[in-house]
Design a protein around this ligand. Structure first.
Ligand SMILES: Cc1cc2nc3c(=O)[nH]c(=O)nc-3n(C[C@H](O)[C@H](O)[C@H](O)COP(=O)(O)O)c2cc1C
Length: 355
């Protein structure tokens, strides 16, 4: 009944809180013989880590990962892989007010209502600090699916969307927003900086594309690839919506417009479009697997918001600690990791049933 584990065959369990001594993950079900070293994991953590520029929180965690088990002489042994990151920049004094009052938009009230107590330092277990371990586990998952390339990028901040005509994959790593449109990245600098200076926040839409997924991964009915992807993405902090392929947009199309017409090709079928996001009947079609993930604006803002204390008295909550003006930016590597984790699990599930 603790729900800290995700996946069926390739499973990972995370543990730890924002202000505990460390956070960790146990990755179980990883096939033996894959090359794996801390250097394979660290770059992905570096992409997610806080304090990299003025558009993300100034909490300064090195997020150095250690592999504690499951790897011998640089290769996975098939046993459980233990991963550990020490927390080095937890400053509890920033969060002392949370002990008494509930921060709207955070898990404070809901955790108290459920458990009757909570670790209020930095949100405890509900803190997105936990997502560092998914990124670490996701790096292990990538070793299981070398045939797949995963790319996530921010497609929209504060309602200002990229122009798909300006899409340049090389641009993504050149700006602090994971933005594939240089003109949009320029606009977002002013937009996000304005929100940061005002102590406000903005939402974002992150898109993720996995290419190289062969036809046949996924399962019918209760283990649909799209259902597992949606569950994985929705489990990320601050995510409020997930679309597969055209998602809600498909509801506005006619059957003709939405048809992913097929024709014979040299290496199997060719598709004229990919409205379905590479998944039909819960099973991959060989087209790129695509999804869009909606992140809400950061709840912690400088403007006082009405709330209540633990004793039920009216109060106001204003955040003084260090916070991201747009959590979708740092959420982008987490989206990539969840895509890798779901696909690795489905590759192994497919192999288990179909050989
Ligand atoms: C990478 C990442 C960083 C986050 N950082 C913050 C933050 O600095 N301040 C904040 O209010 N929320 C932050 N969040 C979101 C909260 O963790 C989340 O809104 C809160 O736990 C309540 O959960 P829910 O929004 O999923 O319902 C972050 C989310 C992610 C993915």
């Amino acid at each position: 009944m603790s729900w800290n584990t995700f996946g069926r065959i390739f499973r990972f369990t995370t543990w730890g809180e924002s202000h505990g001594p460390a956070i960790g993950a146990v990755v179980d079900g990883c096939p033996p013989g894959l090359t794996l070293a801390e250097e394979d994991i660290q770059p992905f953590l570096d992409a997610r880590k806080p304090g990299q520029n003025k558009f993300t929180t100034q909490r300064n965690e090195p997020d150095a990962v250690r592999i504690l088990s499951g790897v011998f002489e640089g290769r996975t042994t098939g046993t459980s892989i233990g991963l550990l990151i020490e927390n080095t920049d937890q400053r509890s004094k920033d969060y002392s007010e949370i002990a008494k009052s509930y921060r709207p938009g955070h898990a404070d009230y809901a955790y108290d209502a459920k458990y009757g107590l909570r670790d209020y330092r930095g949100g405890g277990r509900s803190s997105a600090r936990e997502t560092a371990m998914r990124v670490a586990a996701g790096a292990v998952a990538r070793q299981v699916i070398p045939e797949v390339s995963i790319l996530a990028y921010v497609a929209e901040i504060g309602g200002d969307a990229i122009d798909p005509g300006n899409f340049d994959a090389d641009e993504i790593a050149r700006n602090p927003f994971w933005c594939p449109d240089a003109a949009a990245a320029k606009r977002w600098e002013a937009l996000v900086d304005e929100a940061r200076k005002a102590g406000s926040s903005l939402g974002a839409v992150v898109e993720c594309v996995a290419t190289g997924v062969p036809a046949g991964w996924g399962a019918p009915i209760y283990a649909k690839l799209d259902a597992d992807l949606a569950a994985g993405m929705m489990s990320i902090n601050a995510v409020k919506g997930v679309e597969i392929g055209d998602g809600f947009g498909a509801a506005r199309l006619t059957g003709e417009q939405n048809a992913d017409a097929m024709s014979p090709g040299e290496d199997g079928p060719e598709f004229a479009a990919n409205h379905a996001g590479g998944i039909a009947g819960g099973i991959s079609t060989g087209q790129p697997v695509t999804c869009r993930v909606a992140f809400k604006p950061t709840s912690s803002i400088l403007t006082p918001v009405d709330s209540i204390t633990r004793d039920g008295e009216a109060t106001q909550v204003r955040t003084k600690g260090r916070h991201d003006p747009c959590v979708g930016i740092r959420g982008t590597p987490v989206v990539e990791a969840m895509m890798a984790l779901v696909l690795a699990d489905h590759k192994l599930l497919h192999r288990a049933q179909c050989g």
